[in-house]
Write a protein that binds this ligand. Structure first.
Ligand SMILES: [Zn+2]
Length: 1080
């Protein structure tokens, strides 16, 4: 997205953008010279200006993905990606000097598939010569606040894999390019590093931070991406000078209004001198803020280069007339470059760099614009995306585990992978797209669910129906439906509602055996649940809250949920349960309803945790680990600020920014209506706060935490006021302004109220400026007690008072915040405001010296089980009695024989290339979180994957597309510690105004390297997986040779003993392997 507005000019690319056969015939493919060696040389003793021709192509924002690709809906935005790539390729083919970078694989491969072989060959040549370079390379340029690391890794793996499959080594990006995401996470830096990237450039950071970094020459740094992993997670990162736009006056696209460079010798409009003067003055000023004699200029913007010639023609002139000045003593050298060539120049400068260990959240673009609203915007889309990731993992695993793999498995899985890749885009999961575009994302997701649903049905039928001997209807394609009930989020499921006999298959995507409390929506209260051995399980009927039943358009007959505890669900496998309705009362126990109002505290819970509710119906205390402490919970809402956005002070709260009217925070109620239900399996308190906020608080009898299932909406707006709804947990924990939030679901980062670790911040928005992205967890603690909350989707959150945690669950606003989306965040469905429902899991207990596993350890394990619980598949069982079902079918299955140690997560198991699996193992604990779980663990990969005929394994970088033992990254040296300290100490005062690039020159004593090294010394590393040219034998040989030299990070072979497959994982480590399978 862009802050700039442009008047749309006549679009005339279509005719000029075709690639003619004639152009292609003249091309002689040359030997590969991509990578750093393809960089244009820089000039020593000069300021080298790296001009990067680029386009920023949002994978959906104001228009849908396809509208952007095809260029339709021109009234909304004059943007057509197919024309961009056509036009750029043609321009590049005409002139070997020119360079272009392309970023979004989702768009590129859509274009690629439409091209004739001749065009594809020409593009391959451009890539091999480094003229067209892929940067970033993931399916989309993902958001960094609201995305989960599993999805980020997946979408990089897929984008980089297609680049690798198509272009080999030359297609592999070296540099991350996060120019538009609204703030930057530390985990993202860590992931880039682990994927083998040499560095990353980004556009958006807090304006005060940016000013200070520029003034102190600290805009480029070594970012320590992990508190656990050490140097392997360090990433060289650079903040761009001008976001990602061209300097003012030098935007030469058809979408811009700047004058071209007019060089007619006698033209009255000739502006060469004036233009070149202005440009050289700009880069001279810019260079004052950077450490080396190199600057990078982003020459492009959103959907630029639809007519590439306009840009290139003017850049050619700028370079020509700019460099002509060198004859008269100018020491400025302009060149076509790429981010990686710029990075290489920084590296070759041989200087040291500042370091950073925190992150770039929250992002503020002006004193009243904290981009913390999008942490919560579109809460139901954010949850749908998590469901999508969950089902993607199930689909991957079942695609790999199915005995027979029909042709359609691959396209189904690919469609879901690519859909989830699109969902990670910084205007998709963020909720900052137009509502129509959000609906398009949701539609894509549901098609992907259908595609993968066909795969899972096929795979589960294969595994369940081993013989057709007892099958009654042999004409049907499938014996069982294995249906997903998409509306379980509103406690509705057609299969369990319409049938008196049905089966529930719980597929467990974790490599651990799990126990799970299961809830099934049903119309009656009497059912019997039988497990695969014929044992009738204890079950409990709980009434569905009336507020849920009353939701308009909820087309369901369910009045109850049947709850049971499913135990020992096999790792990477399933267990099926038979459920039948009973006419008598012999079945499950009903929940005992307690009187609605009591004069004393209502207590629910078990021996691990108890929750007390006061006489007004609010949570009032929690007892756990022998501690009884005051803990309350309430719903409140902020009024969204409303203004005309004409100046900072008049900012409105909107899809991007959260700007509450701080004086106007309202409690939802002072009196909560409650109903209490107790049974042997679960205790529940049903709370109704007002007409549009309700909640069920429950404790299952074996859990050591409590579940808060909130239901919010439609948020009323008839008073003309937008509202931002939060849940707030208050405790007496003396947290001293400190709390912790997760980074993309992995490592926790310490936060302090009104404070940033690396600069002295002046916060003008007391609430919004202290909000952070919560992807999964937020916590507070003191010496004795600890309170943590897990979320089920990304939300904004903070701890504004000691001992308190708040999370924003839903928001509905009536004004746009003027950052481009052009719509108020006012989601509706069926004509009413959107209703959102979700869960928080509350952990409370001793912060230290806890008996058994630490609370943090339990939180980590629970976090995993809540991220990837069992997937519920429903099948009609009218044709089979329980006995017939039990004897005729395989109702339990496990895909692995060795259950992984508790702290190890099988992060990925998916079919990769032919006869290959892509497998990732992850240590889910951080150092020090638990005395025993936070230890390194060892296990045998071959035993884990015993269901497969494993021939060999070889370790790759995190993305799965380059061999780890061949991966080399550029190394950057940190400043000596003292220098870094002084740098910050000198500028402890915050910058006063926005983008204050004051003339005041910082005295840093950083010397430019006298002479830059010639480009290309390092060259491109041969770290690609060359699957097409390599024989299997070569692979084996490589494996053997590297094994003898490289210690634990090497490849393993099956002809050695199984000891060779033992791997070790340290806290927070992820290891990725290609597993070779014996061809069938
Ligand atoms: Zn964007």
């Amino acid at each position: 997205m862009s802050a700039k507005t442009s008047v749309w000019l006549v679009f005339f690319c279509a005719l000029g953008c075709l690639i003619h056969d004639a152009d292609l015939r003249s091309i002689q493919p040359k030997a590969s010279q991509c990578g750093y060696q393809s960089c244009h040389p820089t000039k020593p003793n000069m300021l080298n200006v790296h001009l990067v021709a680029h386009t920023h192509d949002d994978v959906g924002w104001l228009k849908t993905v396809d509208q952007y690709y095809y260029g339709s809906e021109t009234k909304i935005q004059k943007a057509g990606v197919q024309y961009i790539i056509d036009s750029v390729v043609e321009a590049l083919l005409r002139d070997p000097e020119k360079r272009f970078i392309y970023v979004e694989s989702a768009f590129f491969f859509k274009w690629w598939k439409e091209q004739k072989p001749k065009v594809q060959e020409a593009v391959k040549m451009l890539v091999e010569q480094g003229r067209l370079e892929f940067i970033g390379g993931a399916w989309s340029m993902n958001d960094e606040a609201t995305t989960h690391y599993q999805s980020v890794i997946d979408q990089f793996s897929w984008g980089l894999r297609l680049l690798n499959d198509t272009f080999g080594e030359c297609g592999r990006p070296r540099v991350g390019w996060q120019i538009d995401p609204f703030g930057h996470s530390r985990e993202m830096a860590s992931m880039f590093a682990q994927m083998g990237f040499d560095g990353m450039f980004f556009g958006r950071l807090d304006y005060q931070d940016k000013d200070e970094r520029l003034m102190t020459k600290n805009a480029e740094m070594i970012w320590h991406g992990s508190a656990n992993l050490g140097e392997e997670a360090d990433l060289f990162s650079g903040a761009l000078y001008n976001n990602y736009q061209a300097p003012d006056g030098f935007c030469f696209d058809i979408l811009c209004n700047d004058a071209p460079i007019i060089d007619g010798k006698h033209s009255p409009d000739n502006n060469v001198k004036e233009r070149v003067d202005a440009f050289l003055a700009y880069v001279t000023e810019m260079a004052e803020h950077f450490r080396t004699p190199n600057v990078i200029l982003t020459m492009g913007e959103d959907f630029h280069y639809q007519n590439a010639d306009m840009w290139y023609k003017n850049l050619d002139k700028l370079i020509k007339y700019g460099n002509e000045r060198q004859a008269n003593g100018s020491n400025i050298n302009l060149l076509y470059s790429t981010p990686s060539c710029y990075l290489k120049s920084l590296h070759d400068a041989g200087i040291t760099w500042p370091t950073k260990s925190d992150d770039f959240f929250p992002y503020a673009s002006d004193p009243h614009a904290y981009w913390t609203g999008y942490f919560t915007s579109r809460p139901t889309l954010k949850r749908f995306e998590r469901d999508g990731n969950h089902f993607l993992q199930v689909c991957k695993q079942l695609s790999a585990l199915a005995p027979k793999k029909p042709e359609e498995f691959d396209p189904h899985l690919t469609f879901m992978r690519e859909t989830l890749g699109i969902m990670q885009h910084h205007d998709a999961i963020t909720g900052t797209e137009k509502e129509k575009v959000a609906l398009d994302y949701a539609k894509r997701m549901s098609v992907a669910f259908r595609a993968c649903g066909a795969t899972t049905r096929n795979a589960l039928n294969q595994l369940t129906v081993q013989s057709k001997d007892n099958v009654k209807d042999t004409s049907a394609k499938y014996v069982f439906e294995f249906k997903t009930c998409a509306l379980l989020n509103i406690t509705s499921c057609p299969v369990s509602e319409a049938n008196d006999r049905f089966a529930l298959t719980l597929y467990n995507p974790l490599a651990h055996t799990v126990n799970e409390y299961v809830r099934i929506p049903v119309p009656y209260s009497n059912y019997r649940i039988i497990d695969n051995k014929g044992v009738t399980l204890e079950s409990q009927a709980v009434p569905i809250p009336q507020v849920l039943i009353d939701i308009k358009h909820r087309n369901s007959t369910a009045k109850y949920e049947i709850v049971f505890l499913a135990t020992n669900i096999p790792a990477l496998g399933y267990r099926t349960y038979y459920v039948e309705k009973l006419d008598s009362t012999e079945g499950n126990t009903r929940s005992k309803a307690l009187p609605k109002r009591t004069s004393s505290v209502t207590v629910i819970g078990n021996s691990h945790i108890q929750l007390g509710f006061d006489t007004n119906g609010f949570l009032s205390e929690v007892t756990a680990d022998g501690l009884t402490r005051l803990v309350s919970q309430e719903f409140l809402f902020y009024e969204g600020a409303v203004g005309n956005n004409a100046e900072f002070l008049n900012r409105s709260s909107g899809a991007y920014i959260f700007r509450p009217n701080e004086n106007k925070i309202h409690f939802a109620t002072d009196q909560v209506e409650i109903e209490v239900y107790k049974g042997d399996l679960v205790h529940e308190v049903h709370q109704k706060f007002n007409d549009w906020i309700s909640q069920v608080v429950r404790v299952y009898n074996k859990d050591s935490y409590a579940e808060f299932e909130w239901l919010v909406g439609p948020i009323p707006i008839d008073d003309g006021i937008g509202k931002e709804v939060i849940t707030r947990f208050n405790s007496d924990i003396a947290s001293d302004g400190i709390f912790r939030t997760d980074s993309n679901g992995r490592e926790m980062i310490k936060r302090k109220i009104n404070h940033r670790d690396t600069w002295s911040v002046k916060i003008n928005e007391a609430v919004a400026g202290n909000y952070y992205p919560i992807t999964t967890k937020i916590d507070v603690e003191d010496d004795t007690a600890r309170m943590a909350i897990l979320t089920d989707r990304a939300q904004g959150g903070s701890s504004l008072k000691d001992g308190s945690l708040e999370l924003m669950v839903h928001r509905r606003l009536l004004k746009d915040d003027a950052f481009g989306v052009g719509e108020a965040l006012n989601e509706t469905e069926y004509g009413d405001g959107l209703i959102a429902r979700g869960k928080h899991h509350l952990f409370f207990g001793k912060s230290t010296d806890r008996e058994g596993v630490s609370l943090k350890g339990i939180e980590r394990l629970t976090q995993l089980e809540k991220l990837l619980p069992t997937w519920k598949f429903f099948s009609n069982m009218e044709d089979y009695s329980a006995d017939e079902w039990q004897t005729a079918f395989t109702n339990i299955f496990s895909g692995i024989s060795l259950v992984l140690p508790k702290p190890v997560h099988l992060l990925t198991l998916e079919p990769w290339h032919e006869n290959q699996l892509l497998v990732r193992f992850e240590h889910i604990m951080e150092n020090g979180e638990d005395a025993s779980y936070s230890q390194p663990v060892q296990f045998n990969v071959k035993n884990v994957l015993s269901a497969f005929d494993v021939e060999g394994i070889r370790e790759t970088t995190l993305d799965g597309n380059a061999w780890l033992d061949e991966s080399r990254r550029l190394q950057f040296a940190p400043d000596p510690e003292e220098a870094a300290f002084n740098t910050y100490a000198t500028f402890s005062q915050p910058a006063e105004s926005v983008h204050l690039l004051s003339a005041e020159k910082p005295m840093l004593g950083v010397k430019y390297a006298d002479e830059a090294l010639p480009a290309g010394q390092l060259g491109a590393e041969s770290n690609r997986i060359r699957r097409e040219t390599e024989t299997r034998q070569e692979k084996k040989d490589e494996g053997r040779s590297s094994k003898s030299t490289e210690g634990p990070y090497n490849s393993f072979k099956s002809d050695s003993s199984n000891q060779e497959y033992i791997i070790e994982l340290s806290p927070m480590e992820i290891r990725t392997f290609i597993v070779y399978l014996t061809p069938a």
